[in-house]
Design a protein around this ligand. Sequence first.
Ligand code: ADP
Length: 262
Amino acid sequence: AESQVRQMQKMEAIGQLSGGLAHDLNNMLSIIIGSLNVIERRIAKGSTDVTRYIGAALEGAQRAATLTQRLLAFARQQPLAPQVVDVNRFVSDLSDLLRRSLTEAVQMEIVLGGGVWKTSIDVNQLESALLNLTVNARDAMPEGGRLTIETANTSLDPDYAARHPGVPAGQYVLISVTDSGTGMSPETISRAFDPFFTTKAVGRGTGLGLSQVYGFVRQSKGHVKIYSEPGQGTTIKLYLPRFYGSEQEMKDQTKDNTAIPA
Ligand code: ADP
């Protein structure tokens, strides 16, 4: 529980950090736009005295580029520390934390499939991913609604497998997060995993939540899929590769807390 609180604080810190960076970025864009406006006006009047403003625009653009590169490096650069976990136990252990990240008006339901399914995963990053999905679900249900988290043992959806011939259709542990919120347009779905893509008000969304989820799940050799329609709510499915090691391996691993490499 203590590590969960720490993780929550870390998430908040990351949120504030990227909010601050977005603000800096916005300031730099204002400088660039302002300088270009001056250049445009001066040239329209036949003046060629614009060198200073070109310099200012270039400097602003350079600083903005450095900033986004740093932020992207920060977002990508978290090496995985995989650990073997029982997915059902992981989800039920996390349920209190997820519940606390929702509003009162949202009902949360957890439906654990029957079975012990293990996956080798970075639990801190999985925690972040599920928190990101829960917070997105909360934001999509301002008037309240229903959040369902389900687990299952599955192959990839047949339709998805058919459209992605290179993807092995092996056994996965599925965690799906379903909300009864606003849903997403096809355009939003197509951009949702892009870093910095957000439809939320300035200061509310960073556009980094789903890109974290995507990066982490792909790095873990899993798959993420969005099912959503405007007005119909959203389901995000995380397919995590199933780990077939022995129970004993898992117990030893939990006991001394040494990560088994994926
Ligand atoms: P952020 O939440 O900061 O906007 P994300 O990367 O987590 O960044 O999400 C990107 C966008 O995807 C959101 O701004 C929103 O438009 C859309 N989105 C994500 N999750 C949901 C959801 N559960 N319901 C509706 N739209 C969603």
